[in-house]
Design a protein around this ligand. Structure first.
Ligand code: OOG
Ligand code: MG
Length: 262
């Protein structure tokens, strides 16, 4: 950590206001070039604290940048974690106004829902599978608060890994019935395929991405409670959306999930 607690608090307020007002801001490492990974997670955790202090519930967590396609698209080389607030959730088939966001993009994901608590360090795939109640197809809507959707690793982590909205849908399935690595995905916009994916694109195995999130949370003393939603990360690059777009994800054996943008 290189930054004073007062700077961490003011950067958290700055980034949370950018989210709440849907206004983009310059990357925080421009003004604070010494900001390190510890500072970045401290800022994210301060945004989390600000929201819970206001009565917002944290319903789960997410892995970010867990696929090669995502790392390549964003020019980074490590994964991240973020948290999911109650108001990020959009019902399956629901709509969201693009005007409430800055420059939203969509990603095809597999979401896990836990039946037991998970705690790192030392969490592995087997622990995740044993603690998983079911998995679901999910679309994540990300929205970087940074200008032109451009950032470095520490800046995006401070910005809650671009978390914005998510939709869960389809058919919940137990992990014991599935081979999560070979699970096929078709991601569509306005009825046409955008991209194809497979579970293994996500960190080798989507449950490995979840274990990574649990371990990153454990480094700062956070436990993942039973009943949490954990998004394992985009299996393909993310795609920009505009008003009028309808986005649908079909996942093998898990059904489909959709969202419309107005
Ligand atoms: C960071 C968040 C990435 C994912 O699934 O990889 C993410 C970003 O690309 O803005 O949610
Ligand atoms: Mg994502």
């Amino acid at each position: 950590m290189t930054l004073a607690p007062s700077i961490i608090a003011s950067l958290a307020e700055y980034l949370e206001n950018a989210e709440l007002n849907a206004r983009d801001v310059p990357m925080i490492t421009i003004e604070h070039p010494t900001l390190d990974l510890g500072d970045a997670y401290a800022i994210q955790d301060e945004i989390w604290r600000r929201k819970t202090a206001r009565g917002t519930r944290i319903v789960g967590f997410k892995a970010g940048l867990t696929s090669r396609a995502k790392m390549k698209q964003m020019g980074v080389d490590q994964p991240s974690r973020g948290f999911l607030a109650d108001y990020f959730a959009i019902p399956d088939g629901g709509e969201v106004a693009v005007s409430t966001m800055i420059h939203p993009r969509v990603e095809p994901e597999i979401a896990f829902v836990t039946k037991h608590a998970l705690r790192g360090p030392g969490c592995n795939i087997a622990n995740v599978l044993a603690a998983t109640d079911f998995v679901l197809p999910a679309i994540e809507v990300i929205d970087s608060r940074y200008q032109n959707f451009k950032f470095d690793m520490n800046s995006v982590i401070a910005d809650n890994s671009s978390s914005c909205r998510f939709v869960l849908g389809g058919r919940p399935r137990s992990v014991s019935e599935l081979d999560l690595r070979t699970l096929g995905m078709v991601f569509e916009k306005n009825g046409l395929p955008l991209a194809y994916g497979a579970g293994a694109a996500v960190y080798g195995h989507p449950a490995a991405a979840v274990a990574m999130v649990v371990n990153l949370l454990g480094e700062r003393g956070h436990e993942v409670p039973a009943g949490s939603i954990i998004m394992s990360g985009g299996a393909t690059e993310a795609f920009a959306v505009a008003p009028g777009d309808a986005v649908n994800l079909r996942v093998q054996d898990l059904g489909s999930v959709s969202i419309r943008f107005t």
